[in-house]
Design a protein around this ligand. Structure first.
Ligand SMILES: Cc1cc2nc3c(=O)[nH]c(=O)nc-3n(C[C@H](O)[C@H](O)[C@H](O)COP(=O)(O)O)c2cc1C
Length: 358
């Protein structure tokens, strides 16, 4: 059996060496202005060296009042581009594609020095900070911030942009009836709740012609909240707008305990893939190569995103390949390092992007 997990995939003209992505995970290791640090270069570079096809950075906040927590990366200022460019280059140097997730925390702002904003002045939970409801002008400003973030992502040389519309943050807050009680054109019907996300996607698409992913929360796990069926409606509009892949996560809009188990979010990725006819990403407790292979082979998703397992094992892509008995080559430095012959050779050329042997 040759594993589908290791077949290259091309999305909007960009080839990925395999179907394994590192899932975006906040590392809270930037300085207080959101700049890239040495930690990020080592942490993300290691997963690229470890064989992932795509390394997706954690959420980069599009505005200073949008971080999920202290030390989040920022993409709200032109002076973020230099560090992000080094980081994208470090990932690409080792054969992976570099993705950047852009987002805004909305009412779940994780720093004290700004005021949270949201579609409606409703706190996340009793005792949480009460956000300010965005005015029509405020909405325009956030849309513009996403547009500028796309310009900076392009300047930094990323291969993929993912818009974060999940986990109870600002875009999700507009999509969900739980957090969006607006009576203007941004609240109420599916079309109105989607309007803000539509404007953000159009703004990003206007600047970015590479692969565009959107992360969603397919279910709100709450009475009156969104379900995967609602995301079939939103997903059709995303497809029309030129979104290439829907990354199907879940939850986060309300303080609800989620009963998670292996592949628990995969049925939503499968439903959206089938009903909308768009590529999807599966994420959530995907732990083994065999589990990932089942998801791809049965047409339930097009890529798998691996989070915590890749924190434990930067070489998860190789571990899973061994399990599937389709071993992939280690980094070339690991095979030749130390030989007298190698030391006599000129420096190695940069690894080609699509190679599995970076
Ligand atoms: C430390 C940590 C930070 C995370 N930060 C983000 C984030 O910035 N953006 C996001 O969309 N998801 C974030 N997530 C969710 C993961 O991307 C992933 O969806 C989740 O952990 C489930 O996948 P897993 O079971 O493979 O870990 C985070 C998860 C963890 C553990």
């Amino acid at each position: 059996m040759s594993a589908m997990l290791y077949e290259p995939i091309t999305i909007r003209g960009t080839e990925f060496r395999n179907r394994i992505a590192m899932s975006p995970m906040c590392m809270h290791s930037a300085d207080s202005h959101g700049h890239v640090s040495d930690f990020h270069l080592v942490h993300y570079g290691a997963r690229a060296l470890g064989g992932a096809g795509l390394v997706m950075l954690e959420t980069n906040s599009v505005l200073p009042n949008g971080p999920i927590g202290p030390g989040d990366l920022g993409i709200w200022d032109d002076d973020h581009v230099e560090g992000l460019s080094r980081l994208a280059g470090a990932i690409q140097r080792f054969g992976a594609r570099a993705g950047v997730q852009i987002g805004h925390a909305g009412r779940q702002l994780g720093i004290d020095s700004a005021t949270p904003v949201a579609p409606s002045a409703l706190p996340f939970a009793p005792g949480s900070r009460v956000p300010e409801a965005l005015t029509a002008e405020g909405i325009k400003d956030v849309v513009e911030a996403f547009r500028k973030a796309a310009v900076r992502a392009k300047a930094a040389g990323f291969d993929v942009i993912e818009v974060h519309a999940a986990h109870g943050y600002l875009l999700h807050e507009f999509l969900s009836p739980i957090s969006n009680r607006r009576t203007d054109e941004y609240g109420g019907s599916h079309e109105n709740r989607y309007r803000f996300v539509r404007e953000v996607i159009d703004a990003v698409r206007g600047e970015w012609d590479g692969p565009l992913f959107v992360r969603i929360s397919s279910t709100d796990y709450s009475e009156g909240g969104n379900t995967p069926a609602d995301h079939v409606v939103f997903g059709r509009w995303m497809k029309e707008q030129g979104v290439d892949l829907i990354d199907a996560s879940s939850g986060g809009i309300a303080p609800v305990k989620v009963d998670s188990y292996p592949s628990y979010q995969v049925p939503a990725a499968e439903l959206i893939r089938r009903e909308v006819g768009i590529r999807t990403g599966a994420v959530g407790l995907i732990e083994s190569g065999r589990q990932a292979e089942e998801i791809l082979r049965n047409g339930r998703a097009d890529i798998v995103l691996v989070g915590r397992e890749m924190l434990k094992d930067p070489f998860w892509a190789r571990t899973a390949a061994d399990e599937l008995r389709t071993p992939i080559a280690p980094p070339q430095q690991y095979t030749r390092y130390g030989s007298a012959w190698q030391r006599s050779q000129p420096p190695l050329p940069a690894a080609p992007l699509a190679a599995t042997t970076a």
